[in-house]
Design a protein around this ligand. Structure first.
Ligand code: BG6
Length: 476
């Protein structure tokens, strides 16, 4: 069994964790730049601790990332050597509009990404570009209150218009917001959202979410007007919630937790707020700031395809039954500990079969083409005396997940466009700011404190993945 002809194999990255060059080429400051490594990262990410600039007490890993800004040619050559058909990356918004509200884009920023896209084309690698991967220019947060303010939709429209126009013919696949649901869990890190003292946080989040959903639909409209060949996708941090037991209360809880996640894609893919959400908002007194024309815009501009990340499944227990379950760790969205699953070194449950279940659930729900744009294992790598990493643990994780994904395609009939691992090269961890949580096929010499040469070395998994791609997933 193998994958469909033309299946897009590759790897996924994000500007804030990879690119660096934070103060070069006229780039402005963004929320993701001021996220430090260390114990303050989490409260800052949650928006509990206001932190809108650098200070001398912290190390800020996004400033350098792993220096894609200067090393993109070397890295793209490595991806080409593995046979990549697609490469996922993101635009740093503040490289294109340094403050966010300028009338004209920054030419040096536009030129940088044009160079990257041309380099990819040279190697026959299709770019898959996330417009915002957690980032927002700091100026938009300070001056306008970020996504809570409807004006920011207009600034985002300026951004996408500049991108779609400049890269017409160079970039076909776009994603509007990375893991759009993460705004509920890490509002500052995931979307630049801050709160006033005493502010109703839930109201603030759903106002911001409405604006993001409008911006996403508007981007889809603009893309199709500029170039009908462009495909625009949504992106969800996925991973199905299992009920902790057949107790009907746990089952209902799992359904509700799943809906909290799918709510975003329900709007982006079906074109309207779902009934269960409208009822919940009414009960809780949450007012969605609808303006004239919003409903039509959402209805008429649904996404072309659905992308998602999958690292782990989750488990839900009703509040009455909570005490019988320990908390799990996970990809920011944290459920209960599933006794049937092993966990990674960071405590994330490992569940390849849950990957197939999640794919089926998403495909059943939306009936649109899917694209897996993140999946991988964060692990501690120990290079030998020659600097070589034998990462069989990573190969095993990916083999099991790709095999489950193949079943979803071959046995269940899911329409899947492609698969990009997180991440093809070691880069900064989003949740912890660590370098020691490594995902790559390529080792990068840099540690948590920011020391190291940044030199690249192929790991054992490099040749393994090369073979997976060469056989279109037949040899795992
Ligand atoms: C996803 C993000 O949440 O998971 C990535 O889109 C992130 O930005 C990835 O890096 C893995 O999470 P972490 O915290 O291990 O880097």
């Amino acid at each position: 069994m193998s994958f469909p002809k033309g299946f897009l194999w590759g790897g996924a990255t994000a500007a804030n964790q990879y690119e660096g060059g934070y103060n070069e080429g006229g780039r402005g400051l963004a929320n993701v730049d001021v996220m430090p490594h260390g114990e303050d990262r989490f409260p800052i990410g949650l928006g509990q601790k206001l932190h809108l600039d650098f200070d001398a007490d912290h190390h800020y890993p996004a400033q350098v990332g792993v220096d894609f800004y200067h090393r993109y040619k070397e890295d793209i050559a490595l991806y080409a050597e593995m046979g990549f058909k697609v490469f996922r990356m993101s635009i740093a918004w503040s490289r294109i509009f340094p403050k966010g509200d300028e009338a004209e884009p920054n030419e040096a920023g536009l030129q940088f990404y044009e160079n990257v896209f041309k380099e990819l084309k040279k190697h026959n690698i299709e770019p898959l570009v996330t417009i915002t991967h957690f980032d927002m220019p700091i100026h938009l947060i300070k001056e306008y209150g970020g996504w809570k303010n409807r004006k920011v939709v207009g600034f985002y429209e300026n951004l996408v218009r500049a991108l779609f126009t400049r890269y017409k013919g160079l970039v076909r696949y776009w994603i509007t917001f990375n893991e759009i649901n993460i705004i509920l869990h890490l509002p500052f890190m995931g979307a630049g959202l801050t709160f006033e003292p005493g502010e109703n946080e839930k109201q603030a989040k759903y106002s911001a979410i409405h604006h993001e959903l409008i911006a996403s639909a508007s981007a889809t409209k603009i893309a199709h007007e500029i170039d009908p060949a462009i495909k625009v996708g949504s992106m969800l941090a996925a991973g199905t919630f299992y009920p902790a037991s057949p107790n009907p209360k746990d089952v209902l809880q799992a359904q509700q937790d799943n809906r909290n996640n799918y709510f975003f894609v329900d709007v982006q893919a079906r074109g309207a707020y779902p009934a269960y959400a409208l009822k919940a908002f009414e009960r809780e007194g949450i007012v969605i700031p609808f303006e004239d024309g919003d409903k039509e815009l959402l209805k008429e501009n649904t996404v072309d395809y659905i992308t998602f990340s999958y690292y782990t499944s989750n488990m839900s227990a009703h509040p009455d039954n909570l005490q019988s379950h320990e908390d799990a760790s996970g990809n920011i969205i944290v459920g209960k500990k599933n006794p049937y699953l092993e966990v990674s070194e960071w405590g994330w449950p490992i569940d390849p079969l849950g990957f197939r279940t999640t794919m089926n659930e998403i495909y059943d729900r939306y009936q649109k083409p899917l694209f897996v744009v993140e999946n991988g294992l964060g692990a501690i790598d120990r290079p030998d005396e020659n600097g070589y990493v034998e990462d069989d643990y990573r190969i095993n994780y990916l083999r099991d997940h790709i095999s489950a994904m193949r079943d979803a395609v071959e046995l269940d009939g899911v329409d899947l466009m492609g698969y990009t691992t997180w991440a093809p090269i070691d880069l900064v961890s989003a949740s912890t700011g660590e370098m020691s949580k490594r995902y790559g096929f390529v080792y990068v010499d840099r540690n948590d404190a920011g020391d190291g040469t940044l030199n690249r070395t192929k790991k054992k998994s490099f040749n393994w993945y090369k073979q997976v791609i060469a056989t279109n997933g037949q040899e795992l």
